[in-house]
Design a protein around this ligand. Structure first.
Ligand code: FES
Length: 123
């Protein structure tokens, strides 16, 4: 089973195939997901220290590009944990002053994932 190491919290073992935003939350970290995991809000943004996936959904690409965040962060709601990862959640409920993280993201990636290799995407 993959190990997700969360900066400031340490390692946590999760099930392979889980969305990263759900994995981080299941490890006890109050990551934001204000749009419910639809690649619309960017509050689930993480910085990768290691294990960044090559694949990216079209929805993640378009959102990061329009927000000027492409190459800076990734959206944890658009990533499936398929390997060990070391990440840093950048918008946490307790730091942002929100009353809650947002609607619970579904188990599977939404909107329906169209995958690209991020090296082939225009930056
Ligand atoms: S972009 Fe809103 S939860 Fe990921």
């Amino acid at each position: 089973m993959p190990v997700v190491t969360i900066e400031g919290y340490g390692p946590c073992t999760v099930e392979a195939g889980v969305r990263l935003v759900r994995a981080i939350e299941s490890c006890g970290v109050d990551i934001g997901h204000r749009c419910g995991g639809f690649a619309r809000c960017t509050t689930c943004r993480v910085r990768f220290h290691d294990g960044e996936p090559e694949k990216m959904t079209r929805a993640e690409y378009e959102k990061l590009k329009s927000a000027g965040l492409l190459g800076e962060v990734r959206l944890a709601c658009q990533i499936v944990v398929d390997r060990d990862m070391h990440v840093e959640p950048l918008m946490r409920v307790s730091e942002m002053g929100w009353s809650d993280p947002g609607p619970e993201p579904a188990p599977g990636v939404e909107p329906e994932a169209v995958w690209f290799d991020r090296d082939t995407l225009e930056t």
